[in-house]
Design a binder for this molecule. Structure first.
Ligand code: SF4
Length: 268
């Protein structure tokens, strides 16, 4: 068990009230609603996904873009690896970063107001969030990756098949549209950039290899798109390094997210 896993187990042993908050890419590795019952068995009192945080980010970004119409480029800040890359390798572009908020940070801020007595544990597809975002979270918050959570489930003998047919569901404030956030283009689609900013050209891309030449062109001022919806991992967060379902192709991971989204859409 690593330090984060041990910290989590200490929280449980102490009898802390725990809320586990999942990044929307969770569905690549876990089943819903089984994940809710499994998390409760592990020690969580509340279990939710952070899709409402994604909605808060969209609203904030759109407001910012609307009020900075003369700015040439806008780069999303939802991927901490991209933010770190811009700050360290392309400092000339830092002025184009959208306000540095993330789905996890905005949701955790919001959720903390609702549940001030809970310790909030963010479940993430990557360690970048832990490295760059956890230091900005309240000191009692913790980030576990999907892989680390799976190890905890295995250690406690908590199996998905025992929780498949339950009536468990996310705690309130889950949203339907932003379940698509962990896909390429999920941000720009759910923030409705095309509709709200028809005069600005959108670029959607993922994978550092394909993004570096674009940042170079932006640095030279020659890039002809304006709104960037970009992620460091191939295929966006569904391709995160701590997603453990490595046998699935990016297309199969995408499909899992889309199927999950449609389940809610069909029932709305
Ligand atoms: S794209 Fe990759 S590095 Fe960026 S937030 Fe998603 S999983 Fe983390």
């Amino acid at each position: 068990m690593n330090q984060s896993q041990q910290e989590f187990l200490k929280m449980v042993e102490r009898g802390d009230k725990i809320a586990m908050l999942f990044a929307p890419s969770f569905i690549v590795d876990f089943d819903y609603p089984a994940i809710v019952g499994m998390s409760k068995s592990l020690g969580a009192g509340l279990v939710s996904e952070i899709t409402y945080g994604c909605h808060l980010v969209n609203t904030h970004y759109n407001h910012y873009i609307k009020n900075h119409k003369n700015q040439k480029y806008f780069i999303n800040t939802t991927c901490p690896t991209i933010v770190n890359l811009i700050r360290t390798q392309f400092p000339d572009l830092e002025k184009y970063l959208l306000p540095d908020i993330s789905c996890a940070l905005s949701f955790i801020d919001f959720y903390n107001l609702l549940h001030p007595d809970y310790k909030l544990v963010f479940i993430s597809p990557c360690v970048a969030k832990r490295s760059f975002e956890t230091p900005r979270l309240p000191e009692w918050s913790l980030t576990l990756t999907f892989s680390e959570l799976r190890e905890l489930f295995i250690a406690k003998n908590i199996k998905a098949e025992d929780y498949q047919n339950t009536n468990e569901q996310w705690d309130k404030f889950s949203r339907i549209d932003t379940k698509l956030y962990p896909l390429d283009g999920g941000l720009s689609a759910t923030a409705r950039w095309q509709e709200f900013f028809p005069d600005l050209k959108i670029f959607i891309g993922s994978g550092l290899k394909s993004l570096l030449p674009i940042f170079m062109q932006m640095k030279q001022g020659t890039y002809d798109k304006n709104l960037l919806d970009v992620c460091a991992c191939e295929g966006a967060c569904v391709g995160g390094p701590c997603v453990f379902n490595k046998d699935l192709s990016i297309q199969e991971k995408r499909q899992k997210v889309i199927d999950y989204y449609k389940r809610f859409l069909d029932n709305s």
